[in-house]
Ligand binder design. Sequence first.
Ligand code: HEM
Length: 509
Amino acid sequence: LLLTAVLILRPLFEYFRDSRNLRRLPNASPISGITNLWFVFQAYKGQRYFALMEKHHNHPHGPRPVLRIAPNHVSFTDPQAIKDIHGHGTVMEKGVHYDLVCGTHRHLADVVDRSEHQRKRKVMAAAFAQSNIETYEHVLAKKMGHFLAQMDKLCAVRPKTGSRPPPEAPTMDYRRWAILYTQEAISALGFSEDLGFLEKGDDLTTAERADGTLYQARYRDAIEGGMHKAMVLIAFPEWYKALVAWACLLLPSFRNYKKRSQGFTDICRHITRKRIRRQANGEQLSDIFTALLHSRNGQPNNYPFGELFAEANVILNAGSDSTGIAMTNTIYSLIENPRALAILREELDEALGSTDVVAPYGKIKYCAYLRAVLDESMRMYAPSQFSLPRKTPPEGASIAGHWIAGDTQVTTPTHAIHMDPSIWGDPETFRPERWLGEEGKLLQRHFLVFTTGPRGCIGRNVTYLEQYVMLASFVKRYEFCLEDESFTPTRYETAATLIDKLPLKIWRR
Ligand code: HEM
């Protein structure tokens, strides 16, 4: 009886009471006004971004720019909603999800309080400014050198023009190597830590428990375990902690996610403690972590260890997988679109000299087509299609002309907006040209991959630098094709939309 009351009668009562006046909005599914189950089911399948896009654009009664996707959650694709929800001057705050997944100390991405966020963002801003990031180029160039040395070893013998290497030629998983590069890049830029992954061809690394005992864990496995763990149950915010506890008790898969995600926390702890020890031993290091320790003129920030550890966690997390995913999707897009690849090659051959192996950033930073390829690929396959929920203030707010009651979750679904025919015309077509010229500049306001406004991605300059150097160096040096021409990548949405693998044959041009 209690279960019936909690699971059925109360939601029905709330639905008809309609204290938030949300019944007037169209539903994503017939049950969306009553329960989160539709939403949870889509999250469980790892296809929520896709389902949401379908509901917004292919609704039986025509496109729906606003949809109720759960009893207390509304999704908007209207461009005005991007401004209202994320833009500078927004009255929205980060939603309840961020409270549920935070640790003992908040980091820049999960802090909700506005003034706390401003304080943290100010501290980090200098480290992430473009002028500062470009000074790190030599660090990335070294990593890219290691990456290319490994690629050279994995090359097939160059086949005749127009043909493919034979099946017995070596195969490389671009996804695996791309993330080894981004993991190494961010730990070097962020913490002056040389993980040596590219040279080893492996991401096994040291993790450290709170009591100081050490063990070995795999970086990617650990990071992705955490993303899986949070994804499905978070749709029930009021029961999240209890559900996680029960799921860990009853479901072996969940216990496994939990164990893996603990591995990531312990990797971050090891890197943070090591970096602090090096500072205490008098080493003069210049990296992103320096900005957390003191200001440019040497004023200490006096962050407690818990806060330094939390910030390290977000830098190592946000700074590695998303760029690896973006790079993998870009190579796949270019394989699927040989015309775009040919134009990009022409641009790079002109910009780079025959002796350039690692592409110098100075020579490629004005390559407009290179940038257009990256943006077009991230438009179609945003690394983070998770819709970054926000919460209306207690007094409510107007979003794209709809009055939404206080404490309601609101969302701008990235994939649905990136695939909106009324914005892009031909959203299913990979067409980098759309980003060129004045028209391309105007499209940036619909490009949500890093979101916008005060909570937009602080690492955007870092990822572009990494992506420019990696894509230009790879495309300039190698020809590539899918190992199996019929291969399509498997994508699974967690906090990021993970891509499983991308097996390629590559050979020197
Ligand atoms: C392709 C790569 C990347 C993508 C697609 C991406 C995407 C995003 C998105 C969508 C947000 C907003 C998150 C939210 O509202 O909850 C965000 C925030 C953030 N990103 Fe990135 N990111 C990327 C690379 C990076 C890198 C390389 C770093 C660090 C080196 C980084 C650090 C952060 C941080 C610290 C925040 C929180 C900012 C704040 O709330 O003030 N990201 N990113």
